[in-house]
Design a binder for this molecule. Structure first.
Ligand code: FRU
Length: 465
């Protein structure tokens, strides 16, 4: 049975939307627990985005991992479908990816959707495949599973892509504190190619959910490969975060001369980020799980737990240190959400902020009648932007929740613009020129209804009715 659960007119229509902290224009599970986005792909024939996700069908905390399934035609409104891949005697179903096998390399049929996932059980983790001949709605597990095993404890989250240059599939997965690369002609037999990790990036946690994608560098014909590696714990503000490496991929080895650890989002609630396979028009669309393992199971929602981030498009630019950086924008679908200018701050809102560099910090604060507030600030001496949620509302559910997150501005401009998206319990701040993004959850006891600015200008928009 299909059920459209996200609508900008929600509340009056559906039970699913009546919870205080239920986001309205972000994907959430109808009920129970969700973590990582999995197997995301775009069906170009039917023009449908498919999103699977780590799901516990029985509780609002982690367990019984299953791939649940939602689809969307605009990345904003989502329809839930029956669970796609369920646990069996080989284990529960951990994270992974999906591809459309256009050339029928696996022999499951032309255009079969092939999911590559991790079986997890007490004895260890291994990779397996399942195929769908109905466009991704129902899957049959391959009888030759598992397709890839190893003698290490943490061996998971396979992400597969087609390599035009070698006419083969490539797979990257997380193996302890490194990633490993493999190749295959048919998605069933995998050959080890190389590993990457030692001596690079952050190692204060386990590496998880990697992805490898080629991205254009802005204002040039150049392209570079970006290796995304989620890590937990070890994030810049504690707990989970997404780091990345910019370099080269020769079909067998990833190399980089990057020396600094770089983070894809500078908030506390942006994890397990990976890209959509087969996105149209060479778009590079990513989605994150909008939470942090430090407190994900404690957040004060009732019927459901966790949401995804807004969809984002990524590319590369060169920053003021002459270093490649990941550029991040809200997807065009996000910018197309209908909005209306508003004099008050609404619970579903967009704020456009314009700032001119000055001698004093520029401050934007959001507050409610209960004295709860979020304070955002440009500090031009330090060339940083920060987000303070220490007094943002309900925050006592975890010691690690109250926090201040900071990013450097990446460029030395005179003018800056921000796009801020508020959806009840989430605030996503985007530098409007796509230099950085910052994603943080907040749980105000009443919606923030006032915006104050100092040294900058804010225009308020209401989202939905
Ligand atoms: C990341 C992760 C993955 C794993 C999944 C299990 O959040 O730990 O590494 O596959 O969650 O639910």
């Amino acid at each position: 049975m299909k059920k459209t659960i996200l609508t900008l007119l929600c509340g009056s229509l559906l039970m699913a939307c009546t919870e205080t902290y239920r986001p309205a224009y972000h994907h959430t599970p109808e009920q129970n627990w969700m973590n990582d986005p999995n197997g995301m792909f775009y069906d170009d024939v039917n023009q449908v985005w498919h999103l699977y996700f780590q799901y516990n069908p029985y509780a609002t905390t982690w367990g019984n991992m299953t791939w649940a399934h939602s689809t969307s035609t605009d990345l904003i409104h989502w329809t839930h479908h029956p669970n796609a891949i369920m646990p069996d005697s080989l284990g529960t179903i951990f994270s992974g990816s999906a591809v459309i096998d256009k050339k029928n390399t696996a022999g499951f049929g032309e255009n079969a959707v092939v999911a590559i996932f991790t079986y997890a059980e007490k004895m260890g983790q291994m990779q397996a495949i399942a195929y769908s001949n109905d466009g991704g709605y129902t899957f049959t597990k391959y009888e030759g599973n598992p397709v890839l095993t190893a003698d290490i404890k943490d061996f998971r989250d396979p992400k597969v892509f087609w390599n035009e240059a070698t006419n083969q599939w490539n797979l990257v997965l997380a193996a302890g504190q490194e990633v490993r690369f493999y190749s295959s002609p048919n998605l069933k037999e995998w050959t080890y190619l190389s590993s990457f990790g030692e001596g690079y990036g952050n190692h204060n946690g386990v590496w998880e959910c990697p992805d490898l994608i080629q991205l254009p560098v802005r204002n040039s014909d150049e392209k570079k490969w970006v290796l995304i590696v989620n890590i937990n714990p070890g994030g810049p503000f504690g707990g989970s975060a997404t780091q990345y490496f910019v370099g080269e991929w020769d079909g067998a080895h990833f190399t980089t001369d990057q020396t600094q650890t770089l983070w894809m989002d500078c908030g506390k609630d942006h994890y397990a980020t990976v890209s959509f396979h087969n996105a149209p028009n060479h778009r590079n669309v990513v989605l994150a799980w909008m939470s942090n393992w430090q407190y994900a199971e404690e957040t004060p929602t009732k019927k459901f737990r966790s949401a995804n981030s807004l969809p984002r498009e990524i590319n590369l630019f060169v920053d003021n240190q002459n270093q490649y950086r990941l550029g991040i924008y809200p997807s065009p679908e996000v910018l197309a959400i209908p909005t209306e200018p508003s004099s008050e701050l609404a619970p579903l809102a967009k704020i456009e902020v314009s700032v001119t560099r000055g001698n004093q910090p520029a401050v934007i604060s959001l507050s409610n009648d209960n004295g709860e507030q979020v304070i955002m600030m440009y500090d031009f001496d330090k060339n940083t932007f920060s987000f303070d949620r220490t007094h943002s509302g309900v925050g006592g559910f975890a010691r690690e929740f109250p926090s201040i997150t900071t990013t450097d501005l990446m460029v030395d401009a005179q003018q800056y613009k921000l796009l801020i998206f508020i959806d009840r319990c989430s605030i996503e701040v985007f530098d409007a020129d796509g230099h950085w993004a910052m994603t943080n959850l907040v749980f105000p006891t009443k919606p923030y209804n006032e915006v104050k600015t100092n040294g900058c200008k804010a225009e308020l928009y209401k989202i939905g009715k």
